[in-house]
Design a protein around this ligand. Structure first.
Ligand SMILES: [Fe+2]
Ligand SMILES: [Fe+2]
Length: 375
């Protein structure tokens, strides 16, 4: 068993000095190395469908393939500033419900908040792109390390899904938005840790359950919120893949965890908690405030304690918590993870939507069939 300090490097999850003390020092580098300690596993058992649910998912994945270049309306004209202005005029700025007195931000005027909206979008889509590359690498690793043929087949389809996701987010940033951001340090630390771990199920837990579960919720918000038709369709298509990916994680880990003892499960609980905190920290978008010239050390404690922001932040965990429950991780042992998720305010989602139902709800098979009928 590890202490909270051993797991996340600080005793208090809300220690903002420690959170801000971590910065990305290799922002100028184009290559980042991580040592991967895992064994590559071959299986000589080729019986397809030995795990029928995985096989079913593999067949769905083959039908759900789309082409990032040709299936999205890239000729859409996107005026980011106009959209950011509209957002400001309709929704207002954060200072409508957060008191920024004494931070310098209280002096911001309309044009600063519009710029802030644009930077927030640049930042959010950049982090999605980096996270997608994490998923690309992790699923390639799963192809190598998982011992079951049905899982290798499925993971192979996910590799191409993730390549497409990196491609479309990168193209959107490049051709439609005003700027981009390097990877956030908390996200990078989490991705590094997932890749570094030698145990194949940890790649699944970190990526398929935690990172992708959160991404699915975040994409869902953005999808509801945006009126930009290209981004809306892009997210709709990405979400159709992501719902399958999370289901792949749940199906595989249910079997793997069924055979584990308490101390092995405790290690998984600790890993899930660490991932949850890293992802929460990543959503503080410290780089945006910094680029806008704000004093981040004054801003973060204020913004992160705001009840409305907190509610949004908690909602991001609405897919993760039910899946952890389904895997038995909430209550394994003495219910350590249930207690920890309670402390960070997300346990109330334990009975939310079942991911296996969402695979069909989000599927775009019908759209793709209609498209191919049109020729
Ligand atoms: Fe993805
Ligand atoms: Fe994914």
């Amino acid at each position: 068993m590890s202490s909270v300090e051993e797991i996340i490097g600080r005793t208090d999850p809300n220690d903002f000095d420690a959170i801000l003390g971590m910065t990305n020092t290799d922002v100028e580098e184009t290559i980042h190395y991580v040592e991967d300690h895992a064994d590559c596993i071959y299986t000589w058992d080729y019986e397809k469908g030995a795990r029928p649910q995985l096989e079913k998912l593999y067949e769905k994945a083959k039908k759900g393939q789309w082409n990032g270049e040709t299936d999205l309306p890239w000729d859409t004209d996107v005026d980011q500033e106009k959209l950011a202005t509209q957002e400001y005029d309709e929704v207002g700025a954060l200072d409508a419900f957060i008191d920024f007195s004494g931070t310098g931000v209280e002096k911001w005027v309309r044009k600063d908040w519009i710029k802030f909206n644009m930077e927030s979008q640049n930042w959010a889509l950049s982090q999605f792109m980096h996270g997608e590359q994490g998923a690309l690498v992790c699923t390639a690793k799963i192809v190598e390390t998982v011992p079951w043929i049905d899982a290798k087949y499925y993971a192979a389809t996910q590799v191409v899904d993730e390549a497409r996701h990196v491609e479309v987010f990168s193209k959107y940033l490049d051709t439609k938005l005003s700027d981009s951001y390097p990877i956030n340090i908390h996200l990078r630390m989490l991705l590094d840790e997932i890749v570094r771990d030698s145990r194949w199920d940890m790649t699944y837990l970190g990526m398929q359950i935690m990172v992708e579960g959160l991404a699915l919720a975040a994409f869902g918000f953005l999808y509801q919120q945006t009126r930009e038709p290209l981004l809306k369709q892009l997210l709709r298509y990405v979400m159709s893949d992501e719902a399958r990916h999370v289901a792949f994680g749940v199906l595989s880990l249910k079997e793997a965890y069924a055979g584990m003892n308490q101390s092995e499960l405790r290690e998984r609980q600790e890993f899930a908690f660490e991932a949850a905190l890293r992802m929460r920290d990543r959503f503080l978008q410290q780089e945006v405030w910094d680029r806008m010239g704000a004093d981040v050390s004054k801003i973060l404690p204020i913004v992160s304690q705001n009840p409305e922001r907190l509610e949004f932040q908690h909602l991001l965990f609405s897919k993760i918590v039910p899946n952890c429950k389904k895997l038995g991780l909430l209550d394994a042992g003495d219910g350590w993870l249930r207690e920890k998720f309670g402390e960070i305010g997300v346990i109330q989602y334990e009975n939310w939507v079942d991911i296996e139902e969402e695979v069909d709800a989000f599927a775009i098979t019908r759209e793709l069939e209609a498209e191919s009928a049109l020729g």
